[in-house]
Design a protein around this ligand. Structure first.
Ligand code: UDP
Ligand code: MG
Length: 312
C-alpha cells in the first residue's frame, strides 16, 4: 500500500531538514511518497524542497504562486497525492511520524476508512490559547452540523475512498476538521501527548486563530442565523406587549409621557441587536459571494512533476 504524505509548509526552511530526517527514521518500513506544498514561503523553503526532490524520487513538491493558507495547501496536496492511503502532516513534527505505521496497520485491517490522531493534552501551549480553543470546540460541537473531537488534528491517515470524498467537497471556504467529519466514514482515534514545535515559529497569531474559529462556525452551522431569527421573534413579542401597555396607560390611566431612560435604553439595545444581526447575515453573504465567484483554491507556479493539477 502506497502512503502519500501531504506536508503544508510556510516558511519552514529551518524545520524541513529536521522533519525529513525524523520522518525517514520513523517510516523506513513504509512504502511512501512525500508531497511538500510550499505555501508561498518568503524564506528558503522552496530551495530546500528542490534539493530534497532532486535527491529522492519519493519526494515531490508543489510551490504556490503566493500564500494561500494551510487549508489550500492541504487541498492541493490531497488533489495530487496518488497513494492508496493519504495523510496530512505538519512540517514542525507536532504530528508525530512514529504514529504513521500504527495508523497504516489499523487501516489495513479494513474495518476503518480513517485513523485520526488527537492530542490528549495541550501541554506547552500558551494557557490562553488552550482555553480559547477548548471553548471553541465545545461551542462548535453544540451548535454546528459537525462533531469535532477535542484535541483533533488535521493529522489522519485516510483511505482512497475517503480522500476522494474530501476532494469532492470543492467549497472555497475550507475548514478541514469540519469537512473530515462531514464526509462520514468510520474513523478510529488514537491519542498522543502534545508535542511542541521543534524549530521555527508558529504561523498563528490571535487574529488568525479568531478567523479560523469564525470560519469553522459559519461554514458548518446555521445556528447563528437561527439565533438571530429567534431574537427577532422575541423582541417583536416584547415590543407588542409593551405597546399594549403604553396604549393601556394612556387611555385608562391617563399617562402619556414615559421615561427618557427607558426609551434610550430600548433604542440603543435594539440598534445594537440590529447591527449584530446584519453582521451575522453579512458573514453568510460574504461566503456566498466568495463561493459564487468560483475562484481557484490554489495556483501552483512550480513543481518537480508535470502531470499535476496546477490550478484548482
Ligand atoms: N502553514 C501553511 N500555510 C500557512 C500557515 C501555516 O502551510 O499560511 C503550515 C505550516 O508550515 C505547518 C502547518 O501549517 O506545517 C501548521 O502550522 P503551525 O505549526 O504554525 O500551526 P500550529 O501547530 O501552531 O497550530
Ligand atoms: Mg505547529
Amino acid at each position: 500500500m502506497l502512503i502519500s504524505v501531504v506536508v503544508p509548509c510556510y516558511n519552514e526552511e529551518e524545520m524541513l531538514p529536521v522533519f525529513l530526517k525524523e520522518f525517514k527514521d520513523m517510516c523506513k518500513n513504509l512504502d511512501y511518497e512525500l508531497w511538500f506544498v510550499n505555501d508561498g514561503s518568503i524564506d528558503g523553503t522552496l530551495e530546500v524542497l528542490r534539493g530534497f526532490s532532486a535527491k529522492d524520487e519519493r519526494i515531490h513538491y508543489l510551490s504556490f504562486s503566493r500564500n494561500f493558507g494551510k487549508e489550500s495547501a492541504i487541498f492541493a496536496g490531497l488533489c495530487n497525492a496518488g497513494g492508496d492511503y493519504v495523510t496530512v502532516m505538519d512540517a514542525d513534527l507536532q504530528d508525530p511520524p512514529e504514529l504513521l505505521s500504527r495508523m497504516a496497520d489499523i487501516l489495513a485491517e479494513g474495518r476503518y476508512d480513517c485513523v485520526a490522531a488527537k492530542r490528549v493534552s495541550r501541554k506547552g501551549e500558551p494557557i490562553v490559547r488552550s482555553l480559547l480553543s477548548k471553548g471553541f470546540y465545545k461551542l462548535i460541537n453544540k451548535i454546528s452540523d459537525v462533531k469535532i473531537v477535542d484535541g483533533a488534528r488535521d493529522y489522519r491517515l485516510m483511505s482512497r475512498k475517503m480522500v476522494d470524498a474530501v476532494i469532492a467537497m470543492s467549497e472555497y471556504n475550507r475548514f478541514s476538521k469540519g469537512i473530515f467529519d462531514w464526509v462520514g466514514f468510520k474513523t478510529h482515534w488514537i491519542s498522543y501527548e502534545n508535542v511542541e514545535r521543534k524549530a521555527g515559529k508558529t504561523k498563528w497569531n490571535i487574529f488568525g486563530l479568531i478567523k479560523y474559529a469564525v470560519d469553522g462556525f459559519f461554514n458548518f452551522s446555521q445556528a447563528p442565523l437561527r439565533i438571530v431569527s429567534s431574537l427577532g421573534v422575541l423582541v417583536t413579542f416584547f415590543a407588542f406587549v409593551y405597546i399594549i401597555y403604553i396604549v393601556y396607560s394612556k387611555y385608562v390611566n391617563g399617562y402619556s409621557i414615559e421615561g427618557w431612560t427607558s426609551m434610550t435604553s430600548i433604542i440603543l439595545f435594539l440598534g445594537g441587536l440590529q447591527l449584530l444581526s446584519i453582521g451575522i447575515i453579512g458573514q453568510y453573504i460574504a461566503r456566498i459571494f466568495l463561493e459564487t465567484k468560483n475562484r481557484p483554491h490554489y495556483i501552483v507556479s512550480e513543481s518537480d512533476k508535470d502531470n499535476i493539477i496546477k490550478i484548482r
